[in-house]
Ligand binder design. Structure first.
Ligand code: ZN
Length: 281
């Protein structure tokens, strides 16, 4: 991979992941700090990367502000970058992302009935494919750490879902959860294996941060090709900025110092996790 066109869609970046049998890191970039950290570290390691913005993060990072910055960073990057909408729940937000120049979107119909999820996902695929944009969908329901219970993806349903909708990647539920884990997650690797065998397409792991390194490696071996990673990196940056602020309370201090602490902290997380996902070490 390489060459002039650095803004790539999910299909192109997943092809690279399948060939190399690695997972591409998909990192949330709800703010300028995370955006800088991810692009800088991907360029340093010379690896393709996915930057993504989640609908639930819009209150802190409006799509019309951070979205154009993401697309611009991707265009100017020295490595291939896919700009992805994470957990889009309506056609309206998918359309906004496509209009901004995003190359990939997730339509999350996991709260809908199976039939309705399939119907709406298919409609979303038809729309985005007209624009050369890829689509990730979700089947089964991811838990939210500490609250919402998830239910595992049914491999038999996955075959029907994938062939009926024409999606490019599938997010599956196999024991991970969004947010900070109250206790270590127990993953069901058989589900990855079964879905991969039944419906041959790139599989996506959500709730990726906070998982043991050995479990990432196992999940990648079973067919996970995109790992969404953010909560622990975001929480780590918050704590470091807080510490720094407490240590330097003088009123002559300026906000951008906290911003730099956040970028450096996130780069530390990325330095480690990218080696694991891309099997660099
Ligand atoms: Zn997610």
């Amino acid at each position: 991979m390489g060459g002039k066109k650095m803004l790539v869609n999910l299909q192109e970046i997943m092809k690279f992941a399948e060939e190399k049998e690695i997972a591409i890191g998909a990192f949330n970039t709800p703010c300028f700090e995370s955006l800088c950290a991810v692009i800088e570290m991907a360029e340093y390691k010379k690896i393709p990367v996915i930057i993504e913005h989640a609908e639930v993060h819009f209150p802190c990072g409006p799509l019309d502000q951070i979205g154009p910055a993401m697309v611009d960073f991707a265009r100017r990057a020295k490595v291939p970058v896919c700009v992805h909408l994470d957990h889009g729940t309506s056609m309206r937000v998918l359309e906004q992302a496509v209009e901004l120049g995003f190359t990939s979107v997730m339509f999350d119909g996991s709260a809908l009935s199976y039939g309705e999820n399939k119907k709406q996902t298919k409609k979303a695929v038809e729309y985005v494919h007209q624009h050369g944009v890829s689509l990730e969908a979700e089947l089964g329901c991811m838990a939210t750490a500490g609250s919402r219970q998830g239910n595992y993806t049914d491999p038999a349903l996955a075959v029907d879902f994938v062939s009926e909708t024409g999606i490019d990647a599938l997010a599956i539920a196999f024991g991970t959860a969004h947010g900070i884990y109250p206790q270590a997650p127990v993953l069901n690797f058989d589900i990855i294996n079964q879905v991969k065998k039944a419906a041959d397409l790139p599989l996506v792991m959500h709730g990726g941060s906070g998982v043991d390194d050995k479990d990432y490696v196992k999940a990648i071996k079973q067919g996970i090709r995109k790992i969404n990673y953010y909560s622990y990196m975001g929480a780590g940056a918050y704590q470091k900025a807080l510490e720094y602020g407490r240590e330097h309370p003088e009123n002559s201090r300026l906000f951008q110092e906290l911003s730099k602490v956040a970028v450096d902290t996130m780069k530390g997380y990325l330095d480690h996790i990218m080696d694991v996902f891309y099997r660099l070490k």
